[in-house]
Design a binder for this molecule. Structure first.
Ligand code: HPA
Ligand code: ZN
Length: 328
């Protein structure tokens, strides 16, 4: 059975770095990794929360140095995504995690862009790039990053906010979001993953986001749920990530079904699939099995992914028709 057609809207390209590619790039670039083997590296993928994951995630990025490295990373993701039924992918990248290591922004964007340019023809996937600011860096650093990206804005559909959430509320980034919006970019932000519902309110009311990434902790605030439902603000939920990062103990405890029943515009995504045990269709299958979701609910999730995507209307309708035509 072919996987249901879907859009992936919450995917960090750096989080698709599989151990095999990490070791290959380490060798190509003469980078020493503090792991004896791929299995040794995989064995380190046991996280106590977001920060313990981020420490490993940023350290492994040391292998990404050249335009070819970023192109190879994106090609590897696109090949996997095609197998998972992805027809459209909105892909995050973290410029500051690379420029801070001395890798120029041009290298990152040109490398990713080179692979993404081939995606419709080679993989049957349309793509958008979303540039994320690191919220544990300063607002000034985000502004500098945005200004240095201006020559590349034709390649960038939106801005996002990621990295360590607790203690780093969205409101600090008001100015850079205002500039991004003025430049015609879409706005998203991670909020309500480990952080409180107030961060989701700030993402909506201070940053003016078009979508919220994660947002699962919104359920703790009934007025916030009512707002998200009324405005049909999409939430890009990542179930396997939430379990690996200990937001929920078990997938069976995940509130995805509650969120759908509340009328929220929920989508299912993979976040950092090389680290969290599955790509996007693996997330669909895992929630189906753990929560007992039926085919109609999975179809709703697939339809939601295209409803929530940054697509022009004819393309959106064409993808929705593919979902409707897909029969298990
Ligand atoms: N949360 C915050 N930052 C991130 C994540 C996440 O789940 N994945 C990669 N960067
Ligand atoms: Zn994320």
């Amino acid at each position: 059975m072919s996987p249901i057609p879907k859009a992936e809207l919450h995917l960090h390209i750096e989080g698709t770095l599989e151990p095999e590619l990490a070791f290959a790039l380490a060798e190509r670039n003469g980078v020493d990794l503090p792991y004896a083997s791929r299995d040794d590296l995989r064995a380190a993928y046991s996280f106590s929360g977001l920060q313990s994951f981020l420490d490993l995630y940023y350290s492994l990025m040391a292998v990404l140095r050249t335009e070819d490295d970023f192109a190879d990373l994106a090609h590897a993701y696109l090949a996997r995504a095609r197998e998972q039924g992805v027809r459209h992918a909105e892909i995050f990248f973290d410029p500051q995690a690379h420029t801070a290591r001395g890798v120029p922004l041009d290298t990152v964007i040109n490398g990713l862009g080179r692979a993404l340019d081939t995606a419709p023809e080679t993989y049957g996937i349309t793509t958008r790039l979303i540039m994320c600011f690191l919220r544990d860096e300063s607002a000034e650093s985000a502004l500098e990053t945005f200004e240095s990206a201006r020559p590349h804005l034709h390649r960038i559909a939106g801005v996002g906010l990621d990295s360590a959430e607790v203690g780093n509320p969205p409101s600090a980034f008001r100015e850079v979001y205002a500039r991004a919006r003025a430049a015609g970019l879409k706005c998203v932000a991670h909020a309500g993953e480990e952080g409180p519902p107030s961060y989701v309110w700030e993402a909506l009311d201070v940053l003016g986001v078009d979508r919220v990434d994660h947002g699962v902790r919104s359920l703790e605030d009934a007025a916030l749920v009512a707002r998200l439902v009324a405005d049909q603000v999409p939430l890009t939920v990542c179930p396997l990530s939430n379990v690996r990062l200990r937001v929920y103990d078990r997938l069976a405890d995940h509130p995805l079904r509650l969120m759908l029943d509340a009328g929220l515009l929920v989508t299912v995504n993979s976040d950092d699939p090389a680290y969290f045990g599955g790509y996007v269709d693996d997330n669909f299958t895992a929630v189906r099995d753990a929560l007992g979701l039926d085919e109609e609910t999975l179809r709703t999730l697939a339809r939601n992914s295209f409803q929530a995507a940054f697509l022009d209307e004819p393309t959106r309708q064409a993808y929705l028709a593919e979902v409707d035509a897909h029969r298990a």
